[in-house]
Design a binder for this molecule. Sequence first.
Ligand SMILES: [Fe+2]
Length: 311
Amino acid sequence: MGAKVSVSELGYIGIDTANVDGWTNFLKEVTGMEVSDKDEDGKVYFRMDERQYRFILQPSDHDDAAYFGLLVQNEDELDAIASQVEEAGITVTPGTAEDIEARHALGLIKFRDPSGFPLEVYYGAARARTPYHPTRASSGFKAENMGLGHGVIHYPGIREGVKFYRDVLGFRISDVGGVGAFMHCNPRHHSLAMFEMRPGMTTRMNHFMVQYNELDDVGLAFDVAQQRGDKFQTLIGRHPNDQNISFYIFNPSGWHTECAWGARNVDDTVWQSETYETPRDNLASMGWNHFRHAEFEAGLVVRGTHPGQGR
Ligand SMILES: [Fe+2]
């Protein structure tokens, strides 16, 4: 058990959307990210740090994640990961010259996880020639070698999903149980999480999280979203697991984006999985925890309900 070579970060997310313009404005105005490139085919690239890009918006007739890009160190590791995936019985497609150019990488492979979710593993991430320049005043993001933040997907059969990401791609378990499975591949508490996919869920994507350097940026993003008239999925709260202070907002695709600050890191030499108590009967006993916005507005205060629970 255990992968010989491990991916080291969630390096990029491709997003299929019928509303590239809406997404472009959303990422610029609410998150403060910078457009770094546009392709003739309509793709829009966003950056958040010294990397050339972190998010790729792709014009599509549907709205969901198009792929997650997972980084490895070099060509040898890419070859090793390709072998590990194939040994798991999954077909690996080498990236074409066009794929590699489009991702500004040195090499990549494509495949689907056992549930069919599209993944890419790449090496040689491009550094931008210019410093990151946020669209709005911002302290910037905690990213770099910890990746873009985290991605959370709906997965049919989490236990099987955990085995694949752990044994084949080298993720380590942060916490499994409760609302889902949380896995890390660097000091970020989770770069990838899975919530059980249930009937009625229409996308594989639940949310991605971006983490600011300063708490003020969470507040600023909240204010901008409010001024724009965006719909909040939750108000501001603090997660007990990664300890991020964050809120969730409906992005132009209708799934969620989490704007966060203040996470703790995982040290693999001492980390032990935990469970998290969330008393529901005493608001004062556990601080604050992501009130569901719609219920808050309706005067029904329900706390401690993670978006992954689908409520
Ligand atoms: Fe999250």
